[in-house]
Design a protein around this ligand. Structure first.
Ligand code: SAH
Length: 454
């Protein structure tokens, strides 16, 4: 029950007893639950209620004053931390973030799946300068063109000079572009008037830091400053391998349009994961933190316990990174992915790496697996890495029907993971739960879970 005294504008004082997944302090005052950004567990604050959600059982409040300091509090490295929607946890030590992410996963299993599981320590390699890609909107504002990230849950641009979770080459490009935008008076995109020229800047770093690819997303094909910008990037950016223009004329949140022009160099990066080599075309999905992704794929491989005789089905396989990774462990690996472009990339990646025992299918996971199981095709091991909403019920039903002996679920959302684990738990025992911090300083949590048929 929410106390009557909790309404917008009211100020209250209390300690944060817990924390939400995205790092907001949780206060229990006068029988109400309040979420407050900027307060860590154990810290006491005076807060002002901003919004009350009686049906969801909590209110949101703003921190007015903090009275003490958690030993886990650290100075955020980024000057726009708290305003920028990119990071939520920079004020919390890397060690505390690891403990937190492990706890969130354990809580999800307990509360949502009613399963008590041993969650291993979160794997984290480097908490800063890890991202191999930045994707920044460029926006026309009353203060001129700004390039950065949107504030959380908004289209308010926050100007970013340098991003401490991005790899240094990406920040070097950002610094040059900040300067060129002023020098050439480049107009950022105005989504209400639908004018302006530069909409997004995407910088990708490959071959572990030595290759840089810049994608300039413009609203129209012809922009006066393009040649000068390309020339400056070529002169000033070490490791630049290509500059690509993408034209996105449509009024949409989708960053990339369908029209591509190579301005200089080549339009792809080289990158590797383990011994596998990949060509990343400008618009292709790839893991943003490859060293942690490698650890994660190793954990998945261990949990699958393959002997070399099995057929493995890899659902939601993207460009086939996991399928190819596991292929050497099994007789036959089958990747399934609904995005046709990704399937083509996966097939090309198989050829590039001389992996012959794989097949990729462009299909939805549910449709594919139901048919596969109905046709009594073999499936001795199964890997699934669904998007945030988790696996469709039909996928879980097909897994249960087939009685797959071992499976591994790679999840980017602990809540849907726990929901799906509960559905499997009558027939399956959880063998391993391992969180990975693919995205330090942010609230995202990646988890590898092993399941074994009972
Ligand atoms: N396993 C890959 C990518 C995982 S991201 C890797 O580690 O690199 C999730 C993928 O699921 C995306 O590529 C997305 O296109 C795909 N996807 C989303 N819904 C799907 C569905 N219903 N069926 C199959 N694939 C789907």
């Amino acid at each position: 029950m929410m106390s009557q005294e909790i309404r917008p504008g009211v100020t209250l004082t209390g300690p944060a007893e817990g924390v939400t997944q995205d790092g907001r302090g949780v206060l229990h005052v006068n029988g109400a639950t309040l979420f407050v950004a900027g307060l860590l567990p154990g810290e006491k604050g005076r807060v002002q209620v901003e919004a009350v959600h009686p049906r969801r059982g909590y209110a949101e409040a703003r921190l007015l004053q903090r009275y003490d300091e958690s030993p886990e509090r650290v100075l955020p490295r980024c000057p726009v931390f708290g305003r920028c929607g990119g990071c939520q946890l920079q004020h919390w030590s890397a060690e505390a973030q690891q403990v937190h992410k492990r706890q969130v996963v354990a809580d999800a299993f307990r509360r949502i799946a009613h399963l008590s599981v041993d969650v291993e320590e979160t794997v984290n390699l480097t908490p800063w300068a890890y991202r191999n890609k930045i994707e920044m909107p460029v926006v026309q504002t009353s203060r001129g063109t700004q390039i950065g990230y949107f504030a959380s849950h908004s289209h308010q641009i926050v100007n970013v000079e340098t991003c401490p979770i991005a790899q240094p080459p990406a920040n070097r490009v950002l610094a040059v572009l900040q300067r060129l935008i002023r020098q050439y008076h480049i107009a950022g995109y105005d989504e209400t008037r639908q004018n302006g020229e530069l909409r997004h800047v995407v910088v990708r770093v490959g071959e572990r830091g030595r290759e840089v690819l810049v994608i300039l997303v413009t609203r129209v094909r012809t922009v006066s400053w393009l040649d000068a910008v390309v020339k400056t990037l070529v002169d000033e950016i070490d490791g630049l391998v290509g500059v690509v223009q993408n034209v996105q004329p449509v009024a949409t949140n989708v960053i990339l349009g369908s029209e591509w022009h190579l301005c200089w160099g080549r339009s792809f990066l080289n990158e590797h994961l383990g011994d596998l080599h990949f060509h990343l075309s400008a618009g292709a999905f790839f893991q943003v933190n490859p060293p942690v992704a490698e650890k994660m794929y190793n954990a998945a491989q261990e949990a699958l316990q393959c002997e070399g005789t099995e057929t493995l089905v890899d659902l939601y396989c993207g460009v086939g990174t996991t399928t190819l990774w596991m292929a050497s462990q099994v007789k036959w690996a089958v990747g399934v992915e609904s995005n046709r472009q990704a399937v083509q990339d996966a097939q090309a990646n198989a050829v590039r790496n001389h992996v012959a025992n794989v097949d990729f299918y462009a299909d939805t996971a549910a449709h594919f697996l139901m048919r596969w199981v109905a046709e009594r095709q073999p499936v001795d091991r199964l890997l699934l890495d669904p998007p945030r909403k988790g696996a469709e019920p039909a996928v879980l039903d097909a897994i249960l029907t087939a009685g797959v002996p071992r499976l591994v679920y790679i999840s980017c959302n602990p809540q849907t993971l726990a929901r799906d684990a509960a559905r499997l738990s009558n027939a399956y025992r959880v063998t391993r739960v391992q969180p990975f911090d693919l995205f330090p300083q942010t609230a995202h949590i990646e988890t590898v879970v092993g399941f074994e048929h009972r």
